[in-house]
Design a protein around this ligand. Structure first.
Ligand code: ADP
Ligand code: ZN
Length: 743
């Protein structure tokens, strides 16, 4: 026992952000490993924690002993403990918080057990004919059970067996007691995809560009060291097929793969393609899994019964031990960033996990984030490109419609330009389909009184209410609060209420009026509340039962419908003027992605871009689908302003129910941090957040840019976690490293 480590380093709870040393008692040595969940004495009571390290010696005298190990299932593999430590350091969160994120709650809580069923079979060597004779006419049920077993000729599930034989468990039991039948409990996975029909697919013959891209990836896989490849492929260029074949290679090597998608419910077609190729070697982790299913999927991965995990953000923590490949599809998506602690970006952590575990990481997208493309330029990532669509399918033709000109035609601007209406009509005549995109739900974005100027705003947030006509209410899109839509102005009681600003619901209403014969459907988070609504609508659209599909960003990505030959972008400049340095990048990405939904079959696609700012460079680059030009224009701005990717950024947020308190806390924090910053690091603020109040919480923020982000993290972390944390009464303070949104 002498050579086994005798000290366990344990993290216990969030508030402390410290590792505590405990002695490992003799009886637990050899059993206790890094990642174990353990009970330890703490103060006067005992607590549960995780072992994050072991050691021979401790600097502390008189250590207490680990009491016991909790459960077998709830242990975290050591590679994930290592990753958690990195996450805590980099993203400035409590160590334990990062450790907990490695396990799904259902596994962590340790209450779920594998589902077991009883199975029965005939004892080898039993003479069935003789036994049946013995049963005679008196023991009919007994005989029936034997007959079913003999006929089935193998292992039967006991429930099925007794039903089939119209017998009872008691009868089966007498056969077991008599030594004729053997039984055993076996684990049966709760299978979320049971009953789904998937048609298997075979690898496609690759295009020359795909071949080159795949060769890059397989070369990296074959090196078995870390490597990151940015796969920049235009929409419809066959990125997914490249992922699929890269995964095959990885599996051939006896290694495992993780595929991250931005949001699994929104990418059903992509997920299906993985399932069709790899069948039950794949584990799909989506948010609709029951606890039991989630538990079983995790166990399947942990035990090596599944070799591919597909899922959103947290699937990155799939407990594989031989990881060879991580694919991050649509790497530019903001959903990869978690907006609560630990505030990690799964794309970036994927690169880190790849580095630690010698895995290849593929970041795929039609519109790379500036960060990833910049890393290619720096030589940190390799670049592979797919510049044409598969089968030389043309990129959609993009056409700008200047809404200002439309507006001058007759009073007010129509939401549907004449050009758009004409093209939709043509589609309807030809039996083709249209997608209309507007990234704002609801009917109208503002309720304003014509007489006194009253604007209905949420009482808890600094935001105007959005009018939802079907639901007949006003809703706050920040906090979700709703009130009944008033019939007269709440202030002056004048009935002349006006609704301004457009949402998808209004587009739907107008489309239904303009095209009375067409079936129009809307897809946004208001209309898609029922469990299968999303899938049902997409299926109906695929089957051609819907001619015009209207939606928010929910329909922007991953959809592949050959009959869609027209995409209308209703208000292209909507997101351009948000107070966020990434507004241009986001708009570019969204426009290119949405446009990519058009012309994915044999018929050419057309995209109408309605805008009030037709000469805006971002729109111009999007029109030409010219990422490189966009990048060349955008990067220098970021460099001059020291914004990412040219510099790292951290935001510190302060939330309090009083504005004065929030601002005072922010000031005090600045005073504390300022002397600690390295030269060259710039601090901006404190200032009120662009959205100054949400859910009655006033928001202040602070921006820190430049210098080494790791060192900045080291400086910030003791101020926001653990016993040394900067505290200010009734203020919630948190750090966001590499923030994705500054609103
Ligand atoms: P992306 O992910 O880049 O948008 P997809 O992978 O969805 O593109 O590919 C678009 C379509 O082309 C899909 O229907 C896919 O099955 C098909 N496809 C991809 N690669 C090939 C290939 N080498 N030969 C034929 N069809 C292909
Ligand atoms: Zn609100």
């Amino acid at each position: 026992m002498a050579d086994l480590p005798s000290i366990a380093k344990v993290v216990i709870n969030l508030a402390l952000d410290r590792e505590f040393d405990y002695r490992i008692p003799e009886r637990l040595r050899g059993q206790l490993r890094i990642g174990c969940r353990v009970w330890v004495p703490f103060g006067k009571s005992s607590r549960i924690g995780y072992v994050v390290g072991v050691a021979e010696k401790s600097a502390w005298p008189d250590l207490k002993e680990v009491m016991r190990i909790e459960g077998e299932q709830e242990q975290i593999p050591e590679n994930l403990i290592v990753l958690a430590r990195w996450i805590a350091d980099y993203y400035c969160c409590a160590h334990e918080q990062a450790v907990r994120a490695m396990l799904p709650a259902v596994v962590r809580h340790g209450k779920m057990k594998p589902r077991q069923h009883l199975f029965a079979w005939l004892r080898p060597g039993v003479d069935v004919a003789a036994e049946l004779e013995q049963c005679g006419t008196r023991a009919k049920k007994r005989a029936a059970v034997l007959q079913v077993l003999a006929r089935h000729g193998g292992v039967c599930e006991a429930g099925w067996l007794t039903r089939e034989a119209e017998a009872t468990p008691a009868i089966l039991n007498t056969l077991v007691k008599a030594g004729i039948v053997l039984t055993e409990h076996r684990v049966v996975d709760r299978d979320p995809s049971a009953g789904d029909i998937v048609l298997p697919t075979r690898p496609l013959e690759l295009t020359p560009e795909q071949t080159v891209a795949l060769a890059r990836i397989t070369a990296a896989l074959d090196r078995r060291g870390p490597g990151v490849i940015l796969l920049h492929g235009v929409t419809g260029s066959g990125k997914t097929e490249v992922y699929l074949q890269a995964i095959s290679r990885c599996l051939e090597q006896g290694r495992e793969a993780i595929v991250l998608v931005p949001e699994i419910a929104l990418t059903p077609q992509t997920v299906e393609r993985f399932r069709s190729r790899f069948g039950d070697r794949i584990s799909v982790l989506h948010s609709h899994l029951s606890d039991g299913e989630r538990f079983d999927e995790w166990t399947r991965i942990r035990n090596g019964r599944a070799q591919i995990a597909v899922g959103a953000r947290s699937a990155l923590f799939a407990p594989f031990q031989k990881l060879g490949l991580v694919v991050v599809d649509e790497e530019h998506e903001t959903t990869y960033k978690q907006d609560e602690a630990p505030r990690y970006n799964a794309r970036d952590v994927a690169v880190v996990r790849g580095k630690f575990e010698g895995a290849t990481v593929v970041l795929g997208t039609a519109t790379p984030s500036l960060e990833s493309f910049y890393n290619c330029q720096l030589g940190k990532y390799e670049l592979a490109r797919l510049s044409i669509r598969v089968d030389n399918q043309l990129m959609p033709t993009m056409e700008l419609v200047d809404q200002r000109a439309e507006a001058s035609q007759k009073g007010g601007a129509p939401l549907f330009s004449r050009r758009l209406v004409q093209l939709i009509r043509e589609r309807l005549d030809n039996g083709e389909q249209t997608i209309l995109f507007l990234n704002r739900r609801g009917f109208a974005t503002q309720m304003i009184c014509q007489k006194c100027g009253f604007v209905a705003t949420c009482e808890h947030c600094s935001a105007a209410y959005t009018y939802h006509k079907q639901a007949a209410h006003l809703a706050c899109h920040l906090c979700g609060a709703t009130i009944r839509a008033p019939e007269a102005c709440p202030q002056c009681h004048d009935p002349e209420i006006r609704y301004t600003g457009v949402g998808t619901e209004k587009i739907e209403t107008i489309a239904a009026k303009l095209f009375p014969k067409a079936v129009v459907a809307r897809m946004d988070s208001d209309s898609m509340t029922a469990k299968h609504a999303h899938r049902d609508t997409l299926n109906a659209f695929r089957a051609g039962k819907i001619q015009i599909l209207i939606g928010t960003q929910m329909i922007a990505k991953g959809l592949h419908f050959p009959k869609v030959t027209l995409v209308g972008i209703m208000a292209a400049d909507m997101g351009l003027h948000l107070p966020d340095f990434r507004a241009g990048e986001r708009t570019f990405q969204l426009l290119v992605q949405v446009a990519g939904r058009a012309g994915r079959g044999d018929l050419p696609g057309r995209v109408i871009v309605q805008t009030y700012t037709p000469f805006h460079p971002v729109l111009q680059f999007a029109m030409r689908q010219d990422y490189d030009a966009f990048y060349r224009e955008e990067l220098p701005t970021r460099q001059v302003l020291k914004f990412p990717p040219a510099a790292h950024m951290a935001a510190v947020h302060f939330r309090a129910s009083s504005e004065m308190v929030a601002s005072a806390a922010a000031e005090a924090f600045v005073n504390k941090i300022k002397p600690l910053l390295e030269p060259g690091v710039e601090l901006f603020g404190p200032m009120p957040a662009p959205i100054a109040k949400v859910r009655n919480q006033y928001r202040y923020q602070l921006m820190i840019r430049g210098g080494s982000i790791l060192r900045l993290g080291q400086t910030l972390r003791p101020l926001v976690t653990g016993a040394t944390a900067f505290r200010h009464e009734d203020v919630d303070i948190h750090v966001d490293i590499d923030p994705q949104s500054l609103l």
